[in-house]
Design a protein. Structure first.
Length: 173
């Protein structure tokens, strides 16, 4: 029953991955199809001239199987076992907090998990991983993990990777 309930959510979440894979498959198939169409013509010529040579004919057939390999490369298979889905209702207390960092401030909602007795770590607004320990940027009070608020390898100054993808000195962050 839980599996049937989870399937629509899994399909919804997998839809963007599937669309992306289908786009890449169509692009690569078109590119490789044009390439191999010319090769197939050459292969057919070679095979007709080398019908006596079985090894050469097998080699030419293996080259023609590339399109099948491409379809296998982009195929998706999602398998959910009943033990993979667990639904547990957990009451969570949402806390509104005003965060102040130097001259910048922002209101944020944080979740208190009563089962663990702690605030849940927010997500890093740069890399979208867990921001634990939590760091705040000076400009817009972004939630950041330690690696997204490290110093620039070129000039040594710290910068927020959510505000600026690259350092102001021009070095890639």
């Amino acid at each position: 029953m839980a599996l049937r309930g989870a399937q629509p959510e899994i399909r919804r979440r997998a839809a963007s991955v599937e669309q992306s894979a289908n786009r890449r498959l169509a692009r690569d198939t078109e590119r490789i199809d044009a390439y191999y169409r010319d090769l197939l013509r050459q292969i057919e010529k070679r095979m007709s001239s080398r019908t006596a040579d079985a090894q050469a004919a097998g080699k030419e057939r293996s080259r023609a199987a590339k399109l099948d390999d491409l379809a296998r490369k982009y195929s998706l298979r999602i398998r959910i076992e009943p033990g993979d889905v667990l639904v547990v209702p957990l009451p969570v207390l949402e806390i509104s907090a005003r965060l102040i960092r130097k001259k910048a401030e922002r209101v944020a909602k944080l979740d208190w998990n009563p089962a663990l007795g702690t605030l849940e770590s927010p997500w890093c607004e740069s890399c979208f991983g867990r921001a634990h320990p939590l760091f705040l940027c000076d400009e817009r009070v972004h939630f950041l993990c330690k690696s997204c608020l490290t110093a620039c390898p070129n000039c040594g100054k710290q910068f927020c990777r959510a505000c600026h993808p690259t350092c102001r000195c021009g070095a890639a962050g």
